[in-house]
Design a protein around this ligand. Sequence first.
Ligand code: NAD
Ligand code: TDX
Length: 355
Amino acid sequence: MDKSSKKIIVTGGAGFIGSALIRMIINETEHEVLNIDKLTYAGHLESLESISDSNRYQFEQVDICDAEEINRIFNEFHPDAIMHLAAESHVDRSIDGSAEFIITNVNGTHALLEEAKQYWQSLEGDRKESFRFLHVSTDEVYGELGDEGFFTEETPYDPRSPYSSSKASSDHLVRAWHHTYGLPTMITNCSNNYGPYQFPEKLIPVVILKALQGEDIPVYGTGENVRDWLYVDDHARALLKVVEEGEPGETYNIGGHNEKQNIEVVHTICDTLNELVPKETGGNFRELISFVTDRPGHDFRYAIDASKIEKELGWTPEETFDSGIKKTIQWYLENIDWCEAVTENNYDLERLGTA
Ligand code: NAD
Ligand code: TDX
């Protein structure tokens, strides 16, 4: 592919990262987008309201496991690329029930690969040469790190949760379709994302909303586990770079150089809320922090070595954690309506994944 106007299928475009990606593609490029999303509890078209009137955007409510529908869409839309983000994405939910993770993440990716292969084989010349299948994956496939070291593209796979093992399975399928059939696939493995429109089941929105409701803020275990935080728009920009300029068959690790212990993240959120929405009683949001039973199988530390994508494609993150977390907290303060709409009838910020 390249930067000239192209037709791109995005799967999972009504989710957190997919919607950020689609907003960026419509606002900052000439590409056309077709969003395939099943609209599970995590998929919300409200996140795409700002671009949904664009004549370069269309939506199909389809399950990626539905091979017939995927086949129809490929043949009607004639994509130049597919950016595959649709997945069950929450580790705690995978602990409570793994079936959906295997169905969507493994079988769904398989269905997409098969349909993409058939479609790609029917192309000729430049269109066949430049077609790309970008599979969006996670750093969790590499397992956990101790106090030292970083995940590189050569780190052996060692997934340890139902979620990460389903993502690892899908990564293996994608590599096999490249190796065996020559399908021009690429894989990205990214660290923890944060930013606007993240479903309030993940750490950062949970902490913001629990604090605003004056409820206990649940910190798993000791709070010393480390995640490498990346602002979602930086991830979206990296994905665009990879689909436009990446090499078929290659893997790119994406990370924020922002390693933080969970407790540091929670303290930062509490301190920012103390400034932005001071309690009338003068209380401190940190008083709500409550250490709770650890997540079963809780990976200790993730940290990404992103030097390959930096050297080969010239991508580096633009947002610092300080500025990104402030923007994110401000966004949640101004968009409580969005939080209420997406959690209505399906989620009440309760603890998940205690097995
Ligand atoms: P999300 O849960 O917010 O969104 C997932 C989207 O996929 C939703 O819109 C949902 O409706 C859709 N979907 C689920 N099952 C589907 C199916 N069978 N058919 C069609 N659509 C379906 O997830 P996210 O946080 O935006 O993550 C997107 C991708 O990025 C995932 O593949 C995830 O593994 C990967 N990733 C996420 C992070 C992170 O920190 N959130 C980090 C690295 C990689
Ligand atoms: O209430 C909480 N309290 C808490 O201490 C929640 C929800 C989480 N945690 C801890 C667990 C993790 O150490 O915070 C850390 C972050 O947890 P999550 O937000 O659930 O993210 P994580 O499990 O690290 O996985 C995320 O990053 C990689 C995404 O959900 C995945 O989709 C992505 O692949």
